[in-house]
Design a protein around this ligand. Structure first.
Ligand code: ZN
Length: 75
């Protein structure tokens, strides 16, 4: 299993699917990680493979938090 190099989120746990396209190999899906990084995935008979990855959209000043996701912590 691979994880996001930016936030460590497991690639198998898809946060958001932006679009899916059928291809001769199977299907290509654009997904967004918990950190905002775009991923291009190829979904074939062998499983899902992340073939391209973008940088996170939001680069926050504070990089202390290691927990992925946007869960509010003021509870
Ligand atoms: Zn990420």
């Amino acid at each position: 299993m691979t994880t996001c190099p930016f936030c460590g989120w497991p690639d198998s746990d898809v946060v958001a699917v932006l679009s899916r396209h059928r291809t001769p190999e199977g299907e290509t899906a654009w997904t967004r990680c918990a950190c905002g990084s775009l991923q291009s995935r190829v979904i074939g008979v062998a499983g899902t493979q992340v073939v391209a990855r973008g940088r996170p959209h939001e680069v926050r000043a504070s990089r202390n938090a290691h927990t992925p996701g946007d869960v509010p912590c003021d509870t």
